[in-house]
Design a protein around this ligand. Structure first.
Ligand code: EPZ
Length: 423
């Protein structure tokens, strides 16, 4: 039985978070960067690695595939001299859907890949049809059987791929595969998330020929082989956004360093409209101050640069403290309201109607026992626990460390009363 970690938070309405914290590297940028190591026999030196559970999960996976690595603090040196296996097993893919990101590199480097279908998770089904369609356009022969994706390609050939909808992982898999395909690939309707651009920048350092980085149309001229590179992972915009909301909830005054305000523009605008004061100190730091009179805001999640779906649960907690009603519309995933039932236990007034959550404020929250269902839902429960009067006990809190490096330490340094309890 896996140790069921719990987090205990002693919260109250008068908590004021104050101080300075450093934002870690982005989970959603480091995972594709580690997958990219499969594309070359040479060494990658990656900096600003967040020490989060998902990083250890993908390192376990790429090690099975043939990688040697050395993780020293937040620096990772990784090399795949030879592909030793072509299979990403179910238990690893089940643990982390992003394991699908080894599909493109394995196909491009090794010509064969067997990757378990990710199945569903707490935020809904996690289809891979757009990944598969794109790789088939590049000449891969793909069959789905017994819950696995079996892909083969003697060699990949450049082609035009139009993504029916914006997919972060789909764009990342296709850019990696196309980098070693013969000829030119044109990817259209690409996701614009900064993590896609950060991967493209790494691939260019490895020798890939990519135009249109950060744009909806990306052109890749395949090369025969890719080499090693040194690269820095961009800061985690969702971690930063989560702390911005922690400060807004507690009328605090905090400084975030090693962050990228330009990756947070839509969230910052929404927080400013709510009455939160946020100022960029420089291109890598932000100062945020909360306010006692939060104004309700309607949000609709959408692909970057729209309001990030990964911030929806956290923003919903903030709106429980706003003076009025906010309508939260989730358009990316079809079941990303698992946090609502748990927030109701803390006294929130939220009603889910289809793809909308109607949040009524201003409702004082009170501590309770709650269950974390997924990474961002667990973050929203921590945020609620900070201001809920009394003790909040969050069960299954291991979800949290999938994507937040040292969150207790960072929040305690700002004045929160929070501890982890392992059975
Ligand atoms: C990435 O997931 C992120 N994960 C997610 O963050 C994030 O929520 C998501 O992008 C959207 O921004 C990583 O980068 C590791 P998608 P990904 O492909 O790539 C549908 C977190 O909390 N779709 O952009 O899996 C899909 O169902 C995680 O850090 C297809 O229909 O997301 C969804 O509705 C959660 N077919 C939409 O597209 C496909 O083949 C966007 O998914 C692929 C996706």
């Amino acid at each position: 039985m896996m140790a069921m970690d719990k987090i205990r938070i002693l919260g109250n309405q008068n908590l004021r978070l104050r101080g300075e914290i450093r934002i870690s590297g982005a989970k959603n940028a480091v995972l594709p960067a580690i997958a990219a190591s499969l594309l070359t026999e040479e060494k990658l030196a990656l900096e600003n690695i967040p020490l989060v559970k998902d990083v250890f999960t993908i390192l376990t996976l790429v090690k099975e595939l043939g990688a040697d690595y050395d993780l020293n603090g937040n620096s990772l040196s990784i090399q795949v001299p030879k592909i030793q296996s072509e299979e990403a097993s179910y238990e690893l893919v089940r643990a982390m859907r992003a394991s699908i990101l080894v599909l493109g590199p394995l196909l491009a480097r090794h010509g064969k890949a067997i990757v378990s279908l990710p199945g569903g998770c707490a935020i809904g089904p996690r289809p891979t049809d757009l990944h598969i369609h794109g790789l088939e356009r590049l000449g891969a022969d793909i069959t789905l059987e017994h819950g696995y994706i079996r892909a083969e390609a003697k060699s990949l050939r450049g082609a035009e791929v139009i993504f029916e909808k914006k997919t972060v992982g789909g764009a990342e898999n296709l850019v990696m595969a196309a980098s070693l395909a013969k000829g030119e690939t044109v990817l259209k309707n690409c996701a614009l998330e900064p993590e896609v651009a950060n991967l493209c920048e790494l691939l260019v350092k490895m020798g890939a020929k990519i135009d249109g980085i950060g744009e909806e149309t990306i052109r890749i001229k395949g090369v025969d082989e890719l080499g090693g590179a040194a690269h820095e992972i961009i800061p985690d915009r969702i971690e930063a956004g989560t702390y911005l909301i922690a400060c807004a909830l507690t009328q605090g005054d905090i400084i975030l360093t090693h962050t990228r305000p330009d990756h947070l523009e839509t969230l910052i605008e929404k927080l400013r409209f709510s009455g939160v004061s946020i100022e960029s100190i420089n291109s890598h730091s932000l100062r945020v101050k909360g306010t006692p009179n939060l104004k309700p805001q309607d949000i609709t999640t959408s692909s970057y640069p729209g309001f990030p779906t990964d911030m929806q649960a956290q923003f919903s907690v903030l709106m429980t403290q706003a003076e009025g009603t906010s309508i939260i519309t989730e358009t990316i995933f079809d079941r990303r309201f698992s946090h609502v039932n748990e927030l109701l236990r803390l006294g929130a007034n939220i009603e889910v109607q289809g793809d909308k959550a109607i949040v009524k404020g201003n409702t004082p929250l009170s501590g309770a026992e709650v269950i974390a269902m997924d990474l961002r839902a667990s973050a929203s429960l921590v945020l609620a626990g900070l201001i809920a009067n009394g003790e909040t006990l969050i069960f299954d809190s291991e979800h949290l460390e999938r994507g937040y490096e040292r969150i207790e330490e960072k929040l305690r340094s700002l004045g929160a009363h929070m501890e982890r309890i392992t059975d």
